[in-house]
Design a protein around this ligand. Structure first.
Ligand SMILES: [Zn+2]
Length: 350
């Protein structure tokens, strides 16, 4: 459905009429994994976090052709604070610190001499974070049935065929994602034990090593940003733990890589994971900027919301340049925001 709507906007050229109103002053792009198409996850929710190196390269060529300045987060902040908007900007940001960023994305950014940011979750690099969404992926792919504790009782699902595996992955993903953190971890750790998976091994499989990060940190193209120690939904934590998650990650990056990792990114970044309380804490900790996964281009007004900056994802399900063009226009996300506000207004009136 979303594809149909976007295609309608694109092929009717309607986005061009609306672009002037919605395009804003720049865009921060979100990426996670950059992997070959043959290595993509069979599960939709994980695959949306994966784009191919070819798509990344085409996107870079596309934004250069459109006349954007590709800038670092420091430069973006400078332009916002000083309201310098004579040229539109784009920032590339990659979340979590995955090994494929080093192997597949770094060479492309080097080839075009383009600045980019890696938001590092130090627990992933250290192998201590729990990548629960990859854990259930691995178990579901390798087993024919899965038994998991759900709402206090053990449920067993048959997962022989790929459609069954996909259905159960979705079910378990949202079940776990919506759980409070402690029981979520207990369920995932019990699963790992049962199916003989090592959390550390799984994590290190996906992680960039400290040596790779060191090499990146020494490149003038790279900004190293803070993405917490354990990649937890901060809104579910007490204030003190939110502070620790951010500050300890920044301290470790400073110690290991000799950088000031003073740009922050909220894990998950949606409304249920980071909101006003978290924005305030991160600002008070002295971070220069912070990004969410709220989907929007950057407007001049964001200069007064530097700790709640929206981004536009490069989504694995939309790897065509017409979608990049549309999303950069700000029209789909702008229309969506206007529609939401309209509905809220009507609700308030009634
Ligand atoms: Zn993340």
């Amino acid at each position: 459905m979303a594809h149909t709507l976007l295609d309608g906007l694109y092929y009717s050229n309607a986005y061009r009429l609306l672009e002037r109103k919605y395009q804003g002053v720049g865009v921060i792009l979100t990426l996670h994994h950059v992997v070959k198409a043959s290595d993509a996850s069979p599960f939709d929710i994980n695959r949306l976090l994966e784009i191919t190196p070819e798509f990344l390269e085409q996107t870079i060529q596309h934004v250069i052709a459109l006349g954007y300045d590709i800038v670092s987060l420091d430069e973006m902040r400078h332009r916002l604070v000083n309201q310098q908007f004579n040229r539109k900007f784009i920032c590339f940001t990659l979340d979590d610190g995955y090994i494929d960023n080093y192997q597949n994305a770094f060479p492309i950014f080097k080839k075009y001499n383009i600045p980019f940011t890696i938001y590092v979750t130090t627990g992933i690099t250290d192998g201590t974070a729990i990548l629960w969404w990859r854990c259930i992926e691995k178990i579901i792919l390798q087993e024919n049935q899965i038994a998991i504790e759900m709402n206090g009782k053990e449920e067993c699902f048959e997962i022989k065929s790929l459609p069954q595996k996909r259905e159960i992955f979705n079910k378990l993903y949202w079940h776990l994602r919506n759980m409070p953190l402690k029981p979520q971890h207990a369920v995932v750790l019990a699963l790992m034990k049962k199916y003989q998976l090592s959390s550390e091994e799984l994590c290190l499989n996906y992680a960039m090593s400290w040596d790779m990060l060191k090499e990146l940190a020494q490149s003038p193209l790279v900004t190293i940003g803070t993405h917490t120690v354990n990649h937890l939904a901060l809104a579910k934590l007490p204030v003190e733990d939110v502070k620790k998650e951010a500050a300890l990650c920044r301290d470790k990056l400073s110690q290991r890589l000799h950088v000031d990792a003073n740009h922050f990114c909220y894990p998950y970044g949606d409304v249920s994971s980071a909101d006003n309380r978290e924005f305030k804490i991160i600002e008070e900790l002295g971070f220069k900027t912070a990004t969410t996964t709220r989907k929007q281009v950057i407007y001049a007004e964001h200069s007064s919301h530097l700790h709640a900056l929206p981004r536009i994802p490069l989504n694995g399900h939309y790897q065509q340049q017409r979608y990049v063009r549309l999303l950069l226009s700000g029209v789909p996300t702008g229309l969506w925001q206007s529609a939401k506000q309209h509905v809220q207004l009507i609700k308030r009136r009634n």
